[in-house]
Design a protein around this ligand. Structure first.
Ligand code: NAD
Ligand code: UD1
Length: 339
């Protein structure tokens, strides 16, 4: 009987939290990760928290022989596909590396799944596929494809590829999950987000300023048409996101076809709101400077989450305060991340 779950990119930020949620829900988990943006310490900690370990295979998803072998060796029933390169800025500089890594890994994975008659797939997409939204909240049927960078285009192209796959063969059961802004960490402070080099995203950047490894935050623009002029985003706790994957997995097992669900809270918060809330929680001042707008940034982005609520029975539970509390707990107890 096939019953194991393969988690690609499971040593990474969202994958490790989801691997933990799967283990805690009683699943057997196999992780494949090439550790290009992560450390296997995350999985050791996942094992510590869960009381049992995921099986870790260090390898690259573009290695077709290896991926086929994994499906031959293990009774895999479903796949959660997180593995990807994810830096917008890097993708602008190195588009080929991004297209090659993200598209070839997904094609190799899908081919190996089909070879092994495994058709349940949950894919990590992003609100980036919506580009600059004409209205908010953004629902799943809103236009996609006007993405402004190669990373975003790689996600959009994979979404289209998966839709074509499902169209060609009705055995595929695919959940495309469009995440808004994942933040936070496991509340016990053992696992969290550990970006390589300079963080690009707001919350990891603020955390580094708070621990003193970065001097000040640059706020990218205070002249947006928002209440305080700074950008508004839909921040979602990584534990809520992990839980959304379990709900999506349940749902696709029961029904066929391709489904798209936004995973967000439906609330928007500005950069200054996040900053003030973080200062309150950490008790540390976060020095900042207003800088020019970051190219490609938009004013406001938050999700219409009613489809996921209705169809998955899933709803984000954690508040912004809890997200920042947990991000701070992780960063303050692991100032150097997993190193
Ligand atoms: P992450 O970088 O922490 O995790 C991705 C993992 O995939 C890393 O451990 C990396 O080593 C691995 N990987 C990359 N290419 C691989 C390959 N060819 N073979 C094997 N392993 C490979 O990123 P994350 O934040 O956990 O993101 C997970 C997924 O969610 C990604 O697909 C990302 O694009 C998507 N996503 C993330 C965010 C976010 O803000 N974090 C938002 C929207 C969507
Ligand atoms: C970014 C990516 C997006 C990706 C998402 C995942 C870009 C252009 N977009 O989105 O593709 O899906 O992360 O989390 O990188 N900010 C600052 N100073 C900073 C960092 C951020 O002011 O040092 C502001 C931004 O201008 C934005 C907000 O904080 O208003 C959130 O930024 P960030 O965390 O990078 O997320 P997104 O821009 O939404």
């Amino acid at each position: 009987m096939r019953h194991k779950i393969l988690v690609t990119g499971g040593a990474g930020y969202i994958g490790s939290h989801t691997a933990l949620a799967l283990l805690q829900a009683g699943y057997d988990v196999i992780v494949i990760d090439n550790l290009s943006n992560s450390s296997k310490v995350s999985l050791e900690r996942v094992g510590e928290i869960a009381g049992r370990n995921p099986l870790f295979i260090e390898g690259d998803l573009r290695d077709a022989a290896l991926v086929n072998q994994i499906f031959n060796d293990h009774p895999i029933e479903s796949v959660l596909h997180f593995a990807a390169l994810k830096s917008v800025e890097e993708s602008v500089r190195e588009p080929l590396r991004y297209f090659e890594n993200n598209l070839v890994s997904t094609m190799t994975l899908c081919q190996a799944m089909a070879n092994a008659n495994v058709f349940n797939l949950v894919f990590s997409s992003s609100a980036v596929v919506y580009g600059a939204p004409s209205i908010v909240p953004i629902a799943e049927h809103h236009p996609t494809g006007q993405t402004t960078n190669p990373y975003g285009r790689s996600k959009f192209m994979i979404e289209q590829m998966l839709a074509d796959l499902a169209e060609a063969d009705p055995r595929w059961k695919i959940a495309i999950l469009r995440y808004f802004n994942p933040v936070g960490a496991h509340p016990n402070g053992l696992i969290g987000e550990d970006p390589n080099g300079m963080p690009n995203n707001l919350v990891p950047y603020i955390c580094r300023v708070a621990v003193g490894t970065l001097a000040e935050l640059k706020i990218f623009g205070n002249d947006y048409p928002t209440a305080d002029g700074t950008g508004v985003r839909d921040y979602i706790h990584v534990l809520d996101l992990a839980d959304g994957h379990l709900s999506a997995l349940d749902a696709i097992r029961k029904s066929g076809g391709t489904h798209i669900w936004n995973l967000g809270t439906g609330q928007g918060n500005s950069v200054l709101e996040v900053l003030r809330e973080f200062e309150d929680i950490s008790g540390r001042p976060i020095p900042y400077k207003i800088a020019p707008r970051r190219p490609g940034d938009i004013a406001t982005c938050f999700a219409d989450v009613s489809k996921a609520e209705r169809e998955l029975g899933w709803k984000a539970k954690y508040t912004l305060n809890e997200m920042l509390r947990d991000a701070w707990k992780w960063q303050s107890t692991n100032p150097l991340g997993y190193k």
